[in-house]
Ligand binder design. Sequence first.
Ligand code: 6U4
Ligand code: NA
Ligand code: NA
Length: 158
Amino acid sequence: MVANKLLTLVFVRKQFEILLGYKKRGFGMGKWNGFGGKVEKGETIVEAAVRELEEESGLIVSPDSLSNAALLKFEFVGNPQILEVHVFTTTEVTGEPIETSEMRPKWYNIDSIPFDKMWVDDKLWFPLLLSDKKFTGYFLFEGMDTILKQDFKEVAEI
Ligand code: 6U4
Ligand code: NA
Ligand code: NA
């Protein structure tokens, strides 16, 4: 048994825009995504989400202002460890996004999201995210760009 690897992912919303960051290094380098990272020992998932958002975008969010949006599980062929990504949305942040060593932030209109430069699963579930639906999902990847199996659905509660 290998424990799941816990990760966070935060999307900051305005009415017609969403904040994405261009990942400059590490896992998912070269893709646009929300802000997030690994949950560290001794912190809760929400604490990690708050910390990673600030580290990567400079934005401050109160834990109470994060809404549970999704729980996504990613498996990679040849790797027994499942990535468990806890996805949050928020509309209430303090500050303005700044470029950091990990991410270059940019507001996108919700009608012009750069899906061809994002993780391939994102275009599948973004419609749910953008309409404030909650959902769970499982994706089996082969390499970084191919989904072999997928299963996701709207749920009442995460
Ligand atoms: P370090 O090693 O500390 O610089 P850290 O920021 O802790 O990294 P990182 O950047 O490796 O963690 O976290 C990966 C990020 O990518 C998390 O926010 C989750 C997200 N992610 C991983 N797979 C994804 C996928 N298939 N679709 C997606 N986001 C994914 O939209
Ligand atoms: Na990260
Ligand atoms: Na980290």
